[in-house]
Design a protein around this ligand. Structure first.
Ligand SMILES: O=P(O)(O)OC[C@H]1O[C@H](OP(=O)(O)OP(=O)(O)O)[C@H](O)[C@@H]1O
Ligand code: HPA
Ligand SMILES: [Mg+2]
Length: 175
C-alpha cells in the first residue's frame, strides 16, 4: 500500500491484544459503582469499539472528548478541546481511552482538565505507547503495545486525516 513503509502490528495481533485488555478491564471495573469510559476522538474510535466487545459489564457509561493538535507528523503544541463530556464525572471512576500516547501533551492536558472535576479515580488505557518521544512525564495505566519512535498510521490513526480506515497499524513512509 502506498505510503506504508511496513506493517508494524497486524490485524490479528491487535485483535488478540484487545481481547486481553477487555478481559482485564472487565475484572478491574466489575466492582466499580458508576464508571465512565471516555473515548478520545477521532483516533481512539476503532480501538474503543473493538476493546469494548470484550468488556463483559453492562454498567459502564460511554462518553467522548475530542482534543486535536496534530498537523502532518508534528504536534502543533496548540491543544484545543473541540468536544467535551456531556455528563459530570465528580466522584466517578473514569477511564480515558486513547489510541496513542506520543509526546504525552494531549493526555497531560486531558488529565489536567478532568482532574479539576474531581473524579474518584482517573486512569488511562492506550493502544500504543511511544515513550521515546515523551516531552512531559506521563504514563498510561494500561498499554496495548509499546512502539518505537516512528510515525504510525491506520486503525484510527491518521496522517492529515488519511489512513484511519486501515485495519492494521503501519509505519508511515514520507515521499
Ligand atoms: O502524545 P501526543 O504527542 O499529544 O499525541 C497523541 C495524540 O495525538 C493524536 O490525536 P490528534 O491530535 O492527531 O487527533 P485525532 O485523534 O483526531 O487524529 C492521538 O489520537 C492522541 O490523542
Ligand atoms: O505516530 C502517530 N501517528 C498518528 N497520529 C499520531 N499522533 C501522535 N502520534 C501519532
Ligand atoms: Mg491525528
Amino acid at each position: 500500500m502506498q505510503n506504508v513503509e511496513r506493517v508494524l502490528i497486524s490485524e490479528a495481533e491487535i485483535e488478540k491484544r484487545n481481547k486481553e485488555l477487555g478481559e482485564l478491564l472487565t475484572k478491574e471495573y466489575a466492582d466499580k459503582e458508576n464508571p465512565i469510559f471516555v473515548g478520545v476522538l477521532k483516533g481512539a474510535q476503532p480501538f474503543m469499539s473493538d476493546v469494548l466487545k470484550h468488556v463483559e459489564l453492562v454498567h459502564i457509561e460511554l462518553d467522548y472528548m475530542r482534543i486535536s493538535s496534530y498537523k502532518g507528523t508534528e504536534s502543533t503544541n496548540e491543544l484545543r478541546v473541540l468536544l467535551d463530556l456531556t455528563v459530570p464525572i465528580e466522584g466517578r471512576d473514569v477511564l480515558i481511552i486513547e489510541d496513542i500516547v506520543d509526546t504525552g501533551q494531549t493526555l497531560k492536558k486531558l488529565m489536567d482538565i478532568l482532574e479539576l472535576r474531581n473524579p474518584k479515580s482517573l486512569k488511562v488505557l492506550t493502544l500504543l505507547d511511544k515513550p521515546e518521544r515523551r516531552t512531559v512525564e506521563i504514563e498510561a495505566d494500561y498499554v496495548g503495545f509499546t512502539i518505537p519512535n516512528e510515525f504510525v498510521i491506520g486503525y484510527g490513526m491518521d496522517f492529515d486525516e488519511h489512513y484511519r480506515t486501515l485495519n492494521y497499524i503501519g509505519i508511515y513512509k514520507s515521499e
